[in-house]
Design a protein around this ligand. Sequence first.
Ligand code: CMC
Length: 374
Amino acid sequence: MNDEIKKGLLGIVVDETTVSQVMPDINSLTYRGYAVQDLCEKCIFEEVAYLVLNGELPNKSQLNKFKKELDKNRNITINLREIIKHMPKKSHPMDVARTAVSVMGLEDKETNNNSSEANMRKAIRIFAKTPTAIAAFFRARKGKNVIPPKKNLSFSENFFHMCFGKVPKKEIVKAFDVSLILYAEHSFNVSTFTARTITSSLSDIHGAITGAIASLKGPLHGGANEEVMRMMNKIKKPENANKWINNSLDKKEVVMGFGHRVYKSGDSRVPTMKKYFKKVAEITKDKKFHKIYDIVEKVMIERKNIHPNVDYPTGPTYHLMGFDTDFFTPIFVISRITGWSAHIMEQHKANKLIRPLSKYSGEKYRKVLLLNQR
Ligand code: CMC
C-alpha cells in the first residue's frame, strides 16, 4: 500500500468530468467546451444554466420551455416560507439556504428517486426555489414583507424583484447575470467534491446540495466574497489602501479574494468580472471601492505575485448593487446549484464510492482497563 500523504488531495486526479475544464496554463475555463468569457458576452444566465445541466446550449424553444419550467417551480411552500420567517434574525443566510434546501428535500415527493429523470426534475426545482427562499430571508430578517416571484421576469430580474421590490437598470442586471454565469461551475472545487462524495454513497440530491452549501460557506471557498467586502470596509478609503495591505502582508495575513489552488497566474474569470464591476461602479457613481480594488491588487501582485480570484471583484459589485454583505455567498449558491447538480447527475451515472485511506498516527495498540482500574 502506498501510504504517501497528499494533504488536501493536492494534485490528485480523482475522476473524470464532462461538465467543465479548468486550464490554468492558458488561463481558460470552459463549460461543456465553451469559454466562460464567450458565454458571458453572448448568453443570459438561463442559457448557461441549461448548458451546464444538459450539456448543450438551448435553442429558442428549449430555452422558452426551460424558462416556463423555472416560472412554474419558483414558489416555495407556505411551510418553508413560515420556517424562514421564524429563523433567528441573526442566522447567517448561508445557514438559512442550507436549511431551506434540506426542507425542500423533506417536501419533495421524489426525494428518494435517484433516476436521471427524477434528478433532473429535482435539480430544476431546487434551482428555481432556492433564490426565492434566500430572498425571503433577505426581507424577513429586516421585518419586511416577503415578495413572491413574478412570472416573465428573468432569473436575475426576479432575484432583484424578490429582494428589493424592483428591478434595476438593465446594465446592473447584466452585471449580476455575468457574475452568476462565472459562478456556475468550476470542476472539482471543495463544494462540488463534497456534493459528489455525498452522492457516491447513493444519497439524494437535496442532501448533496445541502452539504455543498455548508462547504461553500467557508472563507477559503465561497465565503471569500464576503470577506473581501469586510476587508474593503476596514480599509475605508483609497488613501488607506496601500498602508493597510502592506501591513497585512507584513503580518503574514491571508488576504481574502486572492490566490487559488489551481490558477497560479490569474483566475480566468477575473478580467470579465472586473470589467462589469467597473461598469457598476460608473453607474452607481461610486469610485471608492474601485480605487481600493486597484491598489490592493497591485501590491499583492508586486509583493507576493498572488493574483485575485473571482471573489475579489464580485464582493464589491454585489455591495454596489445593494446586497447585504452576508448575502454574497448565498448569491454564489443560487448559481452554483447548476454545477453541483450536473456533477451529482454525472456521479450517479458512473458511481464509485468515494472512500480514501488515511495513515494512522494515534496511540499504539493497547488493552482496555476496566473502569475501576483507570
Ligand atoms: N494571501 C496571502 N498569502 C497567500 C494567499 C492570500 N490570499 N493565498 C496564498 N498565499 C500564500 C500562502 O500563505 C502560501 O505561502 P507560503 O508558501 O509562504 O506558506 C502560498 O501562497 C501558497 O498558498 P496555499 O494556501 O498553500 O495555496 P492553496 O492552493 O492551498 O490555497 C487558497 C488556495 C484559495 C486556499 C488560498 O490562496 C487562500 O487562502 N486564499 C484566500 C481565500 C480565498 O480568496 N478563497 C477563494 C478561492 S477561489 C474562489 C472560490 O472558491 O470561491
